[in-house]
Design a protein around this ligand. Structure first.
Ligand code: PHB
Length: 403
């Protein structure tokens, strides 16, 4: 296969495997600096556009989308949230990020970020091939790696590149190119999952609501004036067929109920799915001429919505080192990538894990565990240090943050 005849051969400085937000944002950043890319994805554009993902962007990430010229749609259609709601023990609390740390976050779904990036690639004449198959990444331990693939029409193609970026998501094949005896995989599975719904209903609250109750976790998020996104903690093996609308609403209402009489506005459930989650990091993030970015190198549980933010941070650092490497510094410039990216990755791993454990109730939790968790929640919302910690972590860390 590696040397079978192909229909076309193209040469480009950087080949990118994966056209999700990480791959496309990298291509956008490199394109702005005059460096060509070819981006490939096994999924069709429609498949990526219709896969529901999280919806919170750090202020820095939102600013970057506008300032690097991807799109300013977020300013018109996104919603800036200066804080978030947290409910437990039947009471509502608000963490005011803006007042505490001077930053806010933006509610803007990942699917919209993807649409903006895919449109920007088209507008700027970038090459993106969706719906390819049989992708093979070859010769990554040389300075002339190649990527071979079959296009949607069945024709075979080869890309010759100087560097290959594996931005091929949580089921990455690129990360398997790092030999087994040279890689370390850190990971953790959780004994619960999220049952996610899209519902046709008005907003129930002006901001997000993270709810911890004796019945388990729930998150009330939003999409538009008339469509809302919500989740509740469930068993990882839960089947969506066992959940008619009235059972879903009853469960969600019980998890947000409290002495203030708070109730969710209900409506028809348009979509439902079970999201299993885990924490994962692979090191090293580079092997020869191949570099990993985003979910290919690390996965976080969705609590706190760090995944997309982290992926876009990776490619900010990666674009910088690739430009230096291609600009004359050579491959040595890539040595800077992993330490700069990993620092934020492990901070985000810790935050996502911490917030997950704080808000969920694992099956079989003892009475002590349950009461201790309420004590921790009280510490988070009831002390200035706790509120500051949550605000600083949730709104992200500046890219240059060293401290
Ligand atoms: C979402 O809107 O889908 C969302 C928001 C915040 C999270 C996770 C998911 O922490």
């Amino acid at each position: 296969m590696a040397d079978a005849p192909v229909d076309t051969v193209a040469s480009v400085p950087v080949a990118v495997v994966g056209a999700g937000p990480a791959g496309l944002m990298l291509a956008h950043r490199l394109g702005r600096a005059g460096v060509g890319t070819i981006v490939l994805d096994t999924r069709t554009r429609h498949e990526i556009e219709t896969t529901q993902r999280a919806g919170i962007l750090e202020a820095d990430v939102a600013r970057d989308l506008v300032e690097t010229g991807v799109s300013d749609r977020i300013l018109r259609e996104g919603h800036e949230h200066e804080g978030t709601g947290i409910r437990f023990g039947g009471r509502a609390h608000r963490i005011h990020f803006k007042a505490l740390v001077g930053e806010s976050v933006w509610l803007y779904p990942q699917t919209d970020v993807f649409i903006d990036l895919a449109d920007a690639r088209e507008r700027d004449g970038g090459t993106v091939h969706f719906g390819v198959r049989d992708t093979e990444v070859l010769d990554v331990t040389t300075d002339a790696p190649r990527v071979r693939y079959t296009a949607a029409d069945g024709s075979r193609h080869e890309i010759r590149a100087r560097y290959v970026v594996g931005a091929d998501g949580s089921r990455s094949m690129c990360r398997n190119l790092v030999p087994e005896d040279r890689r370390v995989r850190y990971g953790k599975e959780y004994p619960f999952a999220w049952f996610g719904i899209m519902a046709e209903a008005p907003r129930s609250a002006p901001e997000l609501v993270y709810a911890h109750s004796e019945h388990g976790f729930a998150l009330i998020s939003q999409r538009t004036e008339t469509v809302q996104r919500m989740y509740f903690q469930c068993d990882p093996d839960e089947s969506v067929d066992a959940w008619p609308d009235d059972r879903i609403w009853e469960t969600l209402q019980a998890r947000v109920a409290g002495e203030d009489g708070f109730r969710l506005a209900e409506g028809p459930v348009l979509e439902k799915s079970v999201l299993r989650f885990r924490s994962f990091v692979q090191e090293p993030m580079r092997w020869g001429s191949m570099v990993l970015a985003g979910d290919a190198a690390h996965t976080v549980p969705p609590t706190g919505a760090r995944g997309l933010n982290l992926a876009l941070h990776d490619v900010k650092v990666l674009a910088d080192v690739l430009l230096r490497a291609l600009g004359g510094e050579g491959e040595a410039a890539l040595d800077d990538y992993q330490p700069r990216a990993l620092r934020r990755i492990w901070r985000a791993q810790n935050f996502s894990h911490w917030l997950t454990e704080l808000l969920h109730t694992p099956p079989g939790a003892s009475p002590f565990d349950r009461r201790r968790r309420l004590g921790e929640l009280d510490n988070v919302v009831g002390t200035r240090a706790g509120r500051l910690y949550l605000s600083e972590q949730y709104t992200g860390w500046p890219v240059s943050a060293q401290g």
